[in-house]
Each structure stands twice: as C-alpha cells, then as structure tokens.
Ligand binder design. Structure first.
Ligand SMILES: [Zn+2]
Length: 232
C-alpha cells in the first residue's frame, strides 16, 4: 500500500459526505469502505470473522472495536493495489483511531472534516421527504416536488423519515459532536487534519478537497470558520 492513502471523512449528518465520497471515488479512483456495509457483508460469510460478526449482531450487541478494525484490515488487504481508501464510519473513537494507525502502517492517513453550521444541517435534513414507493428523496427546501407531498417520479406519497425530524436531528448532531471532538484533536496533533467549509455548494467543497489532496491549495484559501456556530 505504499502509493496509497487513507482518507478519513468526518462530518455531521447532512454535511455532504456522501456526495463528496461519490465524486472522489469517480475522480480519484479511491475505494469507498462503509464499515456498516462491510460488516453486514462479512456476517454472511462462513469464516471466523464472518461468524463473529454475525453472532454479535444476532445478539444485538455492538460490534467491538477489534472486530470492526479486522474488517477494515481485510478490506484493505483485498484491495491493496488501490490508489486509496475512503473510510466512512471508522474510526468512531480513539481506540479505533489507534487501531487504524496499526492497520495503516506506512500508508498516510488524511483526515478531512466537512464543517457545517447547525442551521444549515437542520435546513437540509428537515426538508427531506422520501417516496413511500420508489424511495426517491426530494427536498422541500431545495428541490420541492411539483405537487406537495407527491413523488415527481412515481406519484406516490412522500413522507418525512423519523431520523429527519428536527429534534432527532439535534440529538444526532449532539452524538456526532461528542464522538468527533476527540478524533479531531487526535488528528490535529498528528498534523493530518483538514477542515473544509461545508456550508458552500457541493462543487466548491469538492474543489477545496481536491486541491487539498493534490497539494494545490494555498494557505490563504483555508476556510476560516467561527468555532461556536459550526458542527466540528
Ligand atoms: Zn416515488
């Protein structure tokens, strides 16, 4: 994995990690590893790791840091010739961050935090409506359906998911802040932490991230955010 790098994406729900990941995968040919998905896939395999994952999930318990790390390690070994990995959902805590250091070895870790103001996140997420039939997502704040509460694609009813209700969003943000602060500190000390202003449109955010990854940014362009308002 000498030529490769590991990108850890931090960002609150609604910060736009999914959009940026899709573009990075396309334009930088990086592999996207969602640990949640990888664990579910492993749980379907009849291997030592797969059986452990399945039994833990069947008991309804949280998968241990070591087990998640093992899944990440296997994935990176399977795709060792890749130009890089985007980690999503890992590390979630300092113990996992330490495990990632071991897994990475000499492969550099890059951490990018997409910072967004709370009100922007709430505006983005609380406007989301999902079609009960085809699953399509529209947003009453950004791309309202032609007819209220009706899916443009299939004409079925649009509903708000419980996860996107304002008080639930507030709780998700709270959990996110508590989880992320120690990681941001850890990676800041290591000197591999970068913040990008996620309040801007997705194209601008992507340009900043690309410039960071290719080393084309100037320090004058670094985002300067007020820490009190942002979800860090
Ligand atoms: Zn639909």
């Amino acid at each position: 994995m000498t030529e490769c790098r590991i990108l850890v994406f931090l960002g609150a729900p609604g910060a736009g990690k999914g959009t940026q990941t899709t573009r990075l995968v396309r334009e930088f040919q990086m592999k996207h590893l969602s640990t949640g998905e990888a664990l579910r896939q492993k749980a379907g395999e009849d291997t030592l790791l797969g059986n452990q994952a399945r039994e833990t999930m069947e008991r309804g318990e949280l998968v241990s840091d070591d087990l998640v790390a093992e899944v990440v390690r296997e994935y990176m070994t399977d795709f060792r010739n890749s130009t890089g990995f985007i980690l999503d959902g890992f590390p979630r805590n300092l113990a996992q961050a330490e495990l990632l250091e071991e897994i990475a070895g000499k492969t550099p870790i890059w951490v990018i935090n997409i910072r967004v103001d709370e009100e922007v996140v709430i505006n983005r997420l609380s406007g989301r409506r999902q079609c009960t039939e085809c699953g399509r997502i529209s947003n009453v704040n950004f791309s309202p359906p032609r007819q209220e509460d009706v899916c443009d694609a299939c004409g079925a009813k649009l509903v708000q998911r419980p996860d996107d209700l304002p008080d639930v969003i507030q709780r998700r943000l709270q959990v996110y802040r508590e989880q992320t602060k120690p990681l941001a500190d850890f990676y800041t000390k290591k000197g591999c932490y970068f913040e990008v202003d996620g309040n801007q449109n997705a194209d601008t955010v992507f340009k900043r991230i690309s410039a960071h990854l290719t080393g084309e940014e100037s320090s004058a362009e670094s985002p300067n955010l007020s820490a009190d308002q942002s979800v860090a």
